[in-house]
Design a protein around this ligand. Structure first.
Ligand SMILES: C[S@@+](CC[C@H](N)C(=O)[O-])C[C@H]1O[C@@H](n2cnc3c(N)ncnc32)[C@H](O)[C@@H]1O
Length: 295
């Protein structure tokens, strides 16, 4: 069950809340659990389960209640996220033929729709420019959408090495990258990234920027390789490290969540890396990325 499905405004649902109304301030949100009844599309609701501290002390709701309320206020409908993203993008991101081609061509060739959003792509682009990166390592190419965003930020002579497991994805990415005029800038190595990484050496020109966005189970391997292959001051971004809060839910022991947890556990003890996770609500889901600086 996603957080979105758990967080509902009682006002919107028209449920009986008279018992707690006197205890809450105007504008506060009361949460209750509900079960989604499969089949006929109707929702059925269980009995209200009010946060204990809210009823015990109405004037000072506890931190958990506050944070849940803030998040729930932003999760009414995925349409709202999309509308918000499109609104901001309409001011900040100019239409781009090559990026639009990359999305369309990738879709037509059957690639999954799991590339970064335009706003995230622009964010990567700006980061690359901000730190003056010349050499970029990407783990997880898909159709080259993020590669194009980052490639566009590179100075003359800059380079991206992008690692992709799927032969088909790599082929489509090459088409998309060529269409963007970046055929000589983005070099795609096909194969399991863990193997491809072993063949790379920092050499005279270590990487300045790394974007890790492949199989999450191997996040820690990719981070350690990224650390080996980068210069001091390099930035490493690991995508999808929040996963609708599932990473923090220890009952979810699947590979991707465990992969992110291993990454976090390592970052806690590695004194040569400093990091923070930024949670985002994008066009599709609640997720986030971890920003790592090599000290
Ligand atoms: C989320 S997509 C990458 C999206 C891309 N960075 C973008 O935003 O346009 C993840 C990609 O990683 C690839 N991948 C999965 N496991 C991999 C592995 N072991 N080695 C290399 N690539 C892998 C998948 O085939 C997929 O194309």
């Amino acid at each position: 069950m996603t957080l979105r499905s758990m967080c509902l405004h009682t006002a919107a649902m028209g449920v009986r809340t008279s018992a707690v109304h006197p205890l809450t301030r105007t504008g506060s949100v009361i949460l209750r659990r509900y079960a989604y009844k499969k089949g006929d599309g109707r929702r059925t609701f269980s009995r209200p389960q009010f946060p204990r501290d809210l009823t015990a002390n109405p004037h000072t709701p506890n931190t958990a209640t506050m944070s849940t309320r803030r998040i729930s206020a932003y999760l009414p409908d995925e349409e709202v996220f999309g509308r918000s993203a499109r609104f901001h993008n309409s001011f900040l991101i100019a239409p781009d033929e090559a990026l639009e081609f990359a999305r369309k061509n990738s879709g037509e060739k059957g690639l999954p729709e799991i590339a970064v959003s335009p706003a995230e792509g622009k964010f990567l682009h700006l980061l690359v420019r901000t730190i003056g990166a010349k050499r970029i390592l990407e783990v997880g190419t898909l159709g080259g959408y993020s590669s194009i965003w980052m490639g566009r930020a590179l100075p003359e002579g800059g380079e991206i090495i992008s690692l992709e497991l799927s032969d088909h994805h790599a082929q489509v990415a090459r088409e998309n990258v060529a269409k963007a005029g970046l055929g000589n800038v983005v070099k795609i190595i096909q194969g399991p990234a863990a193997d491809s990484l072993k063949t790379l050496q920092p050499g005279d020109e270590p990487f300045d920027f790394v974007f890790i966005d492949a199989d999450k189970d191997n996040n820690l391997t990719y981070l350690l390789e990224a650390k080996r292959l980068t210069r001091k001051g390099a930035v490493i971004i690991v995508d999808n490290t929040v996963r609708e809060g599932a990473v923090a839910d220890l009952s979810k022991t699947d590979g991707p969540n465990e992969g992110v947890r291993k990454l976090l556990a390592h970052l806690k003890t590695d004194t040569e890396l400093s990091a923070t996770t930024v949670s985002t609500i994008g066009e599709r889901v609640w997720d986030g990325f971890t920003y790592i600086l090599k000290l």
